[in-house]
Design a protein around this ligand. Sequence first.
Ligand SMILES: Cc1ncc(COP(=O)(O)O)c(C=O)c1O
Length: 399
Amino acid sequence: MSDKTNKTNPPDTSSLVSARGQVEPFIAMEVLREANRLEAGGAHVLHLEVGQPGTQAPKTAREAAKRAIDQEPLGYTDALGILPLRERISRHYSDTYGLDISPERIAVTAGSSGGFILSFLGVFDTGDRVALSVPGYPAYFNTLEALGLEVVTLDTGAATRWAMTPDQVLEAHSTNPLAGVLLASPGNPTGTMLMPDDLTALVDVTRDNNIQLISDEIYHGLTYDAPAETVLKYTDDAIVVNSFSKYFSMTGWRVGWLVLPENLVRTVERLAQSLFISVPAVSQYAAIGAFDATEELEANKAVYARNRDLLIKRLPEIGLGNFLPMDGAFYAYIDVSAHTNDSKDFAARLLKEAHVAVTPGADFDRVNGHRYVRLSFAGTYENIVAATDRIGDWLSRQE
Ligand SMILES: Cc1ncc(COP(=O)(O)O)c(C=O)c1O
């Protein structure tokens, strides 16, 4: 565990830019830019770098959007979202988890990214300490830091299936009180999941110590063995962040949601009124339609499951067997230290020489990420077959 975030770039103080704006680049997006550049020059790049479904929004969502364009004014909506969508999300909690969550506790947000901004501002004050596990999704760091919060990193490893433990939370809290703990299950970049006992232990430790728990449940729906459990089963005091981006295959529509403790709803509403006014209305109508697309979405998931099985079999055969089986999401986080001590260079060469784009671990872990790469398997099966073949060929030429 360390209390600092270990910035690789010092703040730019040479011109009129804020220090808080000097967040780290999102490396996956930089790899994508380079991959696009190669493609513009005629290369056929296989994309395993960006974490998004290759599929479009489901048909029922697109139809709902078309209807809304023809029939609705599509102006500003209530800051917390249109009521039919909040009610539909509420029904999703009863259908999926058997929970009764009032629509009043649901706020529709501009993707989960918008939900993070609203929840961080709603519960934390400048300088508050928020713990999260490393490796983790890079925007957590950057958003918290840009908002003037202190990120407390809890280092995890394969031995604990990349899960933070209650002891780590307590240790960080005893050093200097924590205001919040942010967890994600299934997680990005590891695809591993917290088991129900681990989840309840974290709920207990945060409740007992008056620490706000925020649970990123964006990869729910995308699990391959056991389904993911929501923290709402164990507490009404946590903030749950979710989105239509992943399971629902709607990244570009920018729509997600929060489930809030009752006492936070008005605070988040007031913040949302000023920060976003409302979420794009057409996306909100489309999101209602997305709930009727189970067959299509399950078919998408079946492709990820097939890709996952292929990777679990094929990666060890090509010399990349050091990873944990993925419980959910669509990522494999692979230890490549047998091949390199600099996964950024490894990824750059793989892209340049074999035209396969992967994300170096530095995006997710500024200290140990140099030993890892993340592969996203959200593309087609054929893409994953071709990518593993290319990587295998390329690796065999390296030794
Ligand atoms: C763990 C996690 N949380 C949140 C997001 C942000 O998603 P969005 O803002 O599209 O809902 C992502 C995107 O990759 C993610 O991996």
